[in-house]
Design a protein around this ligand. Structure first.
Ligand SMILES: Nc1ncnc2c1ncn2[C@@H]1O[C@H](COP(=O)(O)OP(=O)(O)OP(=O)(O)O)[C@@H](O)[C@H]1O
Ligand SMILES: [Mg+2]
Length: 205
């Protein structure tokens, strides 16, 4: 058994957390060692940054400064959790990773996008596979708005913003077909999970 790094991407409310839970359940049943984690977060330091980044009415930074905070959280997460787990031959399931920064911050500023890519040498790891859960933002937004959380600043941008996010995620997926598998999110959770499990099983002996 070799370590594996899997990330999940997609617009707000597309079903990432749901699918990570379903895949985690399956892998645990199969007696595979997993580490379930999320971005921004995953470590004490990164979670402190997460709290600052995702609290409400938190719009006083430039997109570039925001990008630096996301990248700082990611460096800590990669160093302390992701790389050690992979070295330990575990399967890492990560809720959002680099693609989210490229999309969410990069969409608002070309400089921020370049900045995150320039800092990539501090991360120096790509997921073995990324599941992009693609879906109509209207459906996803309704799902997301039905949940009451305080971490909703990105959802507040509305439907046009979500459409733009979707397009940007799909653009990246088109350019990196080897790594990113696009999954239609407008299906039952079980159907989506079955497709994800099939792909993952192709990667593990
Ligand atoms: N395939 C599905 N069909 C119908 N409802 C779903 C499906 N997947 C998830 N949901 C529901 O939609 C809502 C959003 O799902 P989930 O929290 O997994 O999305 P997410 O991508 O993690 O969102 P966020 O980006 O905000 O963290 C939840 O209420 C969840 O139960
Ligand atoms: Mg989630």
């Amino acid at each position: 058994m070799k370590g594996l790094f899997i990330s999940f991407e997609g617009i707000d409310g597309s079903g990432k957390s749901t699918q990570i839970d379903l895949l985690a359940k399956y892998l645990i049943k199969e007696k595979k060692p997993i580490v379930k984690t999320e971005e921004p977060g995953g470590t004490k330091g990164s979670n402190e940054i997460r709290k600052i980044l995702l609290r409400e009415n938190n719009f006083h930074w430039s997109v570039e400064t925001e990008t630096l905070l996301f990248m700082a959280a990611r460096v800590d997460h990669v160093e302390k959790v992701i790389k050690p787990a992979i070295k330990d031959n575990k399967i890492v399931l990560c809720d959002r990773f680099m693609d989210s920064t490229i999309v969410y911050q990069g969409m608002r500023s070309a400089k921020a996008k370049k900045l995150s890519l320039n800092l990539f040498e501090l991360i120096a790891i790509n997921p073995d596979i990324t599941f992009l859960i693609d879906m109509d933002p209207k459906i996803a937004l309704n799902r997301a708005l039905n949940r009451a959380t305080e971490e909703d600043r990105f959802e507040n941008y509305g439907i046009n913003f979500q459409n733009e996010l979707r397009k940007n995620f799909l653009d990246i997926a088109n350019k990196q077909r080897e790594r990113i598998k696009v999954i239609d999110g407008d299906q039952s959770p079980e159907n989506i999970a079955a497709q994800i499990i099939e792909s993952v099983n192709n990667l593990i002996p």
